[in-house]
Write a protein that binds this ligand. Sequence first.
Ligand code: FAD
Length: 446
Amino acid sequence: MYDVCVAGAGVAGATLAREAARRGLKVLLIDRSTMEKVGDKVCGDALGSHHLDRLGLTLPSETYFSMYPGIEIYSPDMRSCLSIIAEGLSAYALNRLKFGQFLLKLALDAGCEFKPETQVRGLIVEQGCVKGVRLADKNGVKQDVYAKVTVDATGVSRALCRELQEAGFDQELDDDETLVCYREILETRSTPPIPAIYLDMGDAPGGYFWVFPEGEGRVNAGLGVTKGSANPKLLFEKWVDKLPCLKDNIVKAIHKGGGIVPARRPIDSAVWNGFIAVGDAAFMVNPLHGGGIGSSMTGGFLAARVAAEALEQGRVDEEALWGFNVEYMRNYGVKQAALDVFRVFLQGLNNELINYGLAQGLIKSEDLLEASMGGKLRLNITEKASRFFSGIGKPGFLLKLNRTVKLMEDFRQFYMDYPSRLDFDRWRRRVRAFHNRVHEEVGKPS
Ligand SMILES: Cc1cc2nc3c(=O)[nH]c(=O)nc-3n(C[C@H](O)[C@H](O)[C@H](O)COP(=O)(O)OP(=O)(O)OC[C@H]3O[C@@H](n4cnc5c(N)ncnc54)[C@H](O)[C@@H]3O)c2cc1C
C-alpha cells in the first residue's frame, strides 16, 4: 500500500510526487509514456521565473533554450504594441522535454517510485472512498494498486476525475473555455528578439497567435482558438504568410502538433475522500494567457503538503484534504477566477474594439501585467475614448468594461471567501449562478 499514488508525471504530478517523497511518504508515480518521453508535450514552452522562485527551484542550463525579459502584444491591425516588461520579471523558453525530465529526476531522487508505459484505466472506490487505481502496462497486463491518497494529474484528459461525476467532479469544459491549439517548432534563419502575441478575433478567435523565440534559429509558434470556432491548423498557415518574422524565414518545421488548453476558473473543489486532482485535471491554467506550467507546479506542491499533513493525522477523508482547496484558492485560484471574468469579456470583443482599446491605451502595459500577475485590472478611460465609443455607436462599451472590472473584483471576493466543506454546496451554487451572470452581462459580443 502506497501513501500517495500519482497518475500522470507531467509538471503537476512530478512536482507533487517529489514533494510528497521529500516529506517521507511512500509515493508511486505512473505515466503512460516511456521514461525518456516524460515532459515531451506540445506547448508554448514559456514559464515565468517567479513560479520557480516560489518553489525554490533553480533550473539547470540544459532545461531551457533562453530567457527573455518580457513579451509584446500586438493589436489586430498591428498598429499598437503593448510591451510587457517589468524589472525583476523574466521568462524561460523551456526545453520542454528536458524540463520534464528534470522534474521527474527530482521526484526519483527524492525517493518516489516510477511506473512508465502504464495506462491508468480507472479508480478503485470502496465504501465511498478512493482506494487506488486500476492499471494496464504496455502488454495489457492489468494490475490494481492501493494507496491512501490517489491523485489525478493526467492533464486535460482528466482520466480519474471523470469517474467521480457523482462526487462533485461534474464540471466539464464549455466550448469557450476550451482552447484548441496548433503549434510548430520551426528552424528559422533569424530569430525575433522577444516573444510576441498577436490578437485577432478573425484569425485567432477567442485566443491568440504566439511567436516565442527559443535561442538562435529556433521559434515556437502556434495559436489557440475556442472550440468550434475555426481550424487552428488552417489558420496557422495564414499567420505564417502574414507575419514578416515567419514568412520567408522558415528553414523547416522540426515538430508539428496540437493540444487543448483548459482556460477557465479553477474546479470548484479538487478533493474527495482519498482523492486529489491537480494541474490541468483541476483546471489550474491562467485563463488570460493559457499558461499552466507554473500554477500546476504550485498546485502539485500544495497538494503534497496537505496530503502529508492529513496522513500524519491518520485521515484522508474529504474534510481532511479540504485544506488543499483553501490553499490553492489563496495562492492562485482567486486570481484565476478574476481573470476568467476578463477572459469572458475579451472573447466578446471584435477587432475594431481591440484596435481602438490598445491604440488609446484603455489598458496600459503595466496594468495588463498587474492583472495577469494578480487578477486586478485598472482602466485608463479618457474623455476622448468616451467620445470615440459614442461616435461608433457603442456608448455602452465603456460601461461594460467598467462592469467587467467590478465583476472581476466580486468574483475575486467569492474565491477569497472560499468556504469550509460544510458551506460548500451553497457556495458552489452561488459561484455557478455568478458565472452565468458574467456571461450574460459582459460576455455577449460588443
Ligand atoms: C499548445 C499548448 C501550449 C501551451 N503553452 C504553454 C506555455 O507556453 N506556458 C505554460 O505555462 N503553459 C502552457 N500550456 C499549458 C501547460 O502545458 C499545461 O497547463 C501543463 O502542462 C499542465 O500540467 P499537468 O501536469 O497538469 O498536465 P500534463 O503536462 O499534460 O501531464 C499529464 C501527464 O499525464 C499522463 N497521462 C495522461 N493520461 C494518462 C493515463 N490515462 N495514464 C497514465 N498517464 C497519463 C501524460 O502522459 C502526461 O505525462 C500550453 C498547453 C498547450 C496544449
